[in-house]
Design a protein around this ligand. Structure first.
Ligand SMILES: *Cc1c(COP(=O)(O)O)cnc(C)c1O
Length: 436
């Protein structure tokens, strides 16, 4: 889990700051105070001047000053609509937007920047794939395999298309430990299976799924694979070529970037072959009433309308920020926090952790005997601790465990072992209060 790693990448932003001092087998040391100073919001105090302990990072991560500056600078100096303008501002904005695309390409190790489509986020990326793939590649009765641990964003689009296009949804069951049942997965394939749609990391259980293996099996059976990477991209290095996936979706706001933007990776041959989804400006070559309309090449074919330009620039800067530390370091630090929190939570009487997969990201779901998740969430907030309670947009997997709600703590690079201590002692107090 926590292992010795090489030093992180050199200081690519030229700020002269090197925060990571040393990682040892037992005690990874990160200058986390320095990391925290980059996030203005982490200085907030709530309810009787208690310091904010933010442990809801699986819902959204906080944004460092450098990302806020990048977006501010765009509106101060550069704001213009992109791609069609020939004036200086339009050219600068276009350049910055397309640089962001190249950065996402490098971040995912995609082979070509034309394989990166900007969307509103993971949800829109998944809806895009579902709509164009089903319309173009699937006939009534054809099958898509999803898993029981999907976020609703990777369930409901398929259900909507099942209603309109007659496709059939098959579901990979989840084991008691919270892992995909791989034997059941293999057995779900039929001649009609066209696509597998699975999450890389479960936002409800923390489980890291074996995506390369899932992809290999899908391809052997002649199916394509789309991966929901919303919870993986913030926590571990992702290489879409090594994973050999056809599509990969994620959101900027869970990777220290702004809301309103995300990306879809699609293999170039797919993006060339598939039809557009939304129509409008940016996505056409020529529009005519009598001689037909032709479409732009990928990725612009899938980017109708004015995109989120400032957010793309913020996204670019957020990835730069992440790379300054390195995803290996982020992953190690979060594993350290996960281990620490898991050990402490296990000492609480009547607390049960939901999802005990062998490979987990920094997400812990739990329930407590005699205390409703909602009550815990409300009361612990009064002590300054932000966790999430509810179904986490993943109702099927909670029902799999006989639950309607859990509490969830999720970690980011700026969280500290001291915050875990505060969280656990606050939780003990809250449980005592609820149980009376
Ligand atoms: C957050 C999340 C989504 C949805 O992301 P949006 O940014 O809300 O579009 C999808 N899947 C998983 C696993 C998530 O955690």
């Amino acid at each position: 889990m926590v292992t010795r790693r090489s030093m992180p990448q050199s200081d690519i932003t030229g700020t002269g700051i090197m925060q990571i001092h040393d990682f040892t087998e037992q005690h990874p040391i990160l200058d986390v105070d320095h990391v925290r100073q980059e996030f203005p919001i982490l200085g907030r105090r709530l309810h009787d001047n208690r310091p904010l302990v933010y442990l809801d990072n699986a819902a959204t991560t906080q944004t460092p000053q450098t990302v806020l500056d990048a977006m501010d600078d765009y509106y101060h100096r550069m704001n213009a609509n992109i791609h069609r303008g020939i004036h200086s501002l339009a050219e600068e904005a276009t350049q910055a937007f397309e640089n962001a695309r190249k950065h996402v390409q490098r971040f995912l190790n995609a082979a070509d920047s034309r394989e990166i489509v900007f969307t509103r986020g993971a949800t829109e990326s998944l809806n895009l794939v579902a709509n164009v793939f089903v319309r173009s590649e699937m006939r009534p009765g054809d099958e898509v395999i999803v898993s029981e641990m999907e976020h609703h964003a990777n369930i409901v689009p398929w259900q909507l298309l099942a209603d309109t296009h007659g496709i059939v949804i098959r579901v990979i069951p989840v084991t008691e430990q919270g892992e995909l049942d791989m034997a059941a997965y293999r057995a779900l394939f039929s001649e009609r299976t066209k696509l597998v749609a699975v999450t890389h990391v479960s936002n409800a259980l923390g489980t890291i799924n074996p995506v390369a293996e899932l992809a290999r099996i899908a391809h052997e059976r002649g199916a394509a694979i789309v991966v929901d990477g919303a919870q993986a991209a913030p926590h571990q290095p992702v290489d879409v070529q090594a994973l050999d996936v056809d599509f990969y979706a994620f959101s900027a706001h869970k990777v220290y970037g702004p809301t309103g933007i995300g990306a879809l990776y699609g293999r170039l041959d797919w993006l060339e072959q598939l039809p557009p989804w939304q129509g409008g400006g940016e996505m056409i070559k020529r529009v005519s009433f009598d001689r037909g309309t032709t479409f732009a090449d990928p990725p612009h074919k899938f980017e109708a309308g004015t995109p989120a330009i400032a957010e793309a620039i913020g996204f670019d800067r957020a990835l730069q920020w992440v790379e300054r530390y390195g995803l290996d370091v982020i992953s190690d630090w979060e594993q350290h926090l996960l281990l620490n929190a898991t050990e402490q939570l296990q000492t609480i009487d009547g607390l049960r952790i939901i999802g005990n997969a062998e490979h987990k990201a920094g997400v812990i779901s739990f329930v407590v005997d005699g205390a409703h998740a909602q009550d815990i969430g409300l009361l612990i907030d009064q002590l300054g601790v932000a966790i999430r309670t509810g179904h986490h947009c993943a109702q099927p997997v909670l029902r799999r465990f006989g639950l309607e709600a859990t509490c969830r703590a999720s970690f980011a690079l700026y969280n500290t072992p001291a915050e875990i201590d505060t969280f656990v002692s606050a939780l003990r107090r809250v449980i005592d209060m609820v149980r009376g």
